[in-house]
Design a protein around this ligand. Structure first.
Ligand code: ZN
Ligand code: ZN
Length: 497
């Protein structure tokens, strides 16, 4: 067997384990009975260890070394060796005993966070968080970095992005958004959205979500929709990309928006071509690029006037309470802005400010400029400056997100980048597709999907985010498209003059 064949075979073996893990994970968050969790955790632990061992095996190291020196690999093979090699070196840099120690501490920390959040008592979590910060800093040292240890952590989620570059994006974005939100709140006319509230059966909401997913051309023969507490998308393998959503009984919009969001993630994964299967490239380019797809379908499409021109009659038929609401009323209602305390409930205008706050704080923690004990206070202070609202307790403040409790630092910026990328991609699509808005208004969303397939999905992880964005849009990651989109849209929705 040639080295290339042996290498491919090795990746296939890894892929099969990951597929099994994905299914177990999906099951755990949708169907697994409570009492089944402890035993399941052991099964997952076993398979995770097997997959990890394959990912750092000397055999794989040998193949990579051979292939890195080989000429005559095609573009996909070269990209595969680059991406798999990078992950191999990152994983290899971590001593197994250290990793195990961290994993145990992280599990304890997550449990402590749950309790602290429930009791809204940061004191119960503080020492665990401090430990997680210490671990994250050690990870950064093992991985290595040029300027900031925080960069080594961002790299896991957004390859090629650094905290210095993030600042050049965040500062101008913040300077535009903060005063604009103030203007919206003070001078704007808030849309009427009371008709979105009421009592809505799950079956009704599911029917509405399925209509949206069908319109998006999500392939239900290669996926399915199930309820879960925290909506997510999981790829189990080719032909099996599942979405989950959460229906709130009193709000008709929330479940629909989260279905379209997850549907956007799923379309990306359903669009990965077979030739990338089990090459290490059969996933999105980064967390930020993945989020750009979900955000595009949720917001740039799902909260557009043209989408509601098409979707209003469908919504009216499925949801009797909406039967006499006009397109314009629906469009405005899905675009209300509300500076709020909780990130996951934030609208598309205020969302990025929640991320900036987290970026500032976690960068400070990792570089040692911020002490964990000062976090609750710093959180309240930043909320006041950015959004003008201050949490009364830590449960709605510094304790609201799960990420830090398991040592996930450097993840948050992807959410913001996803929003910015989505506006850049959509602007590029609008240039390429004639009458895009009219097409959306007539329910023909396939042109947009084909464009995404051709420009983004088909490449999987072949290009790093920055390179992909430049190939597609001719620009670097840049907040100005997003700012323009937000200002144009909400100046109109909020009737600003
Ligand atoms: Zn990794
Ligand atoms: Zn998402």
């Amino acid at each position: 067997m040639s080295t290339l064949d042996a290498y491919r075979e090795h990746l296939r073996e890894m892929g099969k384990l990951e597929s099994a893990l994905a299914l177990l994970h999906w099951d755990q968050r949708t169907n697994l009975p409570r009492k089944g969790h402890p035993a399941r955790a052991e099964v997952v632990g076993k398979l995770t260890k097997m997959a990890f061992e394959l990912s750092i095996s000397d055999k794989l190291g040998g193949y990579l070394q051979d292939l890195e020196e080989q000429d005559g690999l095609n573009e996909v093979e070269r990209a595969s060796v680059r991406v798999v090699g990078k992950a191999y070196r990152r994983h290899k840099a971590i001593p197994p005993a250290f990793y195990e120690e961290y994993a145990v501490a992280a599990a304890r920390s997550e449990t402590a966070w749950e309790e602290a959040k429930e009791k809204s008592d940061f004191g119960l979590f503080k020492d665990h968080l401090e430990r997680m910060v210490d671990y994250a800093r050690k990870f950064a040292e093992y991985y290595g970095y040029e300027d900031s240890p925080y960069d080594a952590l961002i790299e896991e989620f957004e390859p090629g992005m650094t905290s210095a570059e993030l600042k050049t994006i965040i500062v101008p974005l913040r300077e535009k958004l903060v005063p604009f939100i103030k203007r919206l709140m003070e001078d704007g006319t808030r849309p009427e959205d009371g008709f979105m509230q009421g009592s809505f059966a799950d079956e009704m909401q599911r029917a509405l979500s399925l209509k949206a997913l069908e319109a998006m051309n999500y392939d239900l023969d290669a996926g399915r929709l199930d309820p879960s507490v925290h909506p997510f998308t999981t790829t189990i393998g080719p032909g099996d990309v599942r979405v989950t959503t959460r229906f709130l009984p009193h709000n008709i919009l929330s479940g629909l928006a989260s279905s379209m969001h997850e549907g956007g993630h799923a379309l990306y994964d359903q669009g990965i071509p077979d030739k990338l299967r089990w090459t290490g490239l059969d996933e999105g380019a980064s967390f930020g690029i993945h989020e750009s797809q979900s955000r595009m379908w949720e917001n740039l499409v799902g909260r557009s006037r043209s989408f509601w021109t098409f979707f209003a009659p469908i919504a009216r038929e499925i949801v009797p309470q909406l039967s006499s609401v006009s397109v314009e009323e629906l469009y405005r209602a899905v675009n209300t802005v509300e500076p709020s305390l909780v990130r996951v409930e934030a609208d598309e205008v205020t969302y990025n400010l929640h991320i900036m706050l987290r970026f500032e704080l976690e960068e400070g923690l990792i570089t040692g400029k911020i002490d964990t004990g000062d976090l609750p206070e710093l959180w309240r202070d930043a909320m006041k400056r950015y959004l003008g609202v201050v949490p009364e307790d830590d449960a709605h403040g510094v304790l609201q997100d799960v990420h830090w409790s398991s040592g996930l630092f450097g993840y948050f910026p992807s959410y913001m980048l996803g929003n910015l990328y989505s506006a850049q991609f959509f602007a590029a699509a609008r240039k390429d597709i004639a009458d895009l808005d009219q097409k959306i208004a007539s329910g023909k969303l396939s042109d947009l999907l084909s464009w995404l397939r051709e420009n983004i999905h088909q490449y999987g992880k072949m290009y790093e985010p920055k390179e992909l964005i430049e190939r597609v849009t001719g620009e670097k990651p840049d907040p100005s498209c997003f700012v323009r989109y937000i200002m144009d849209k909400y100046t109109d929705v909020y009737d600003l003059h």
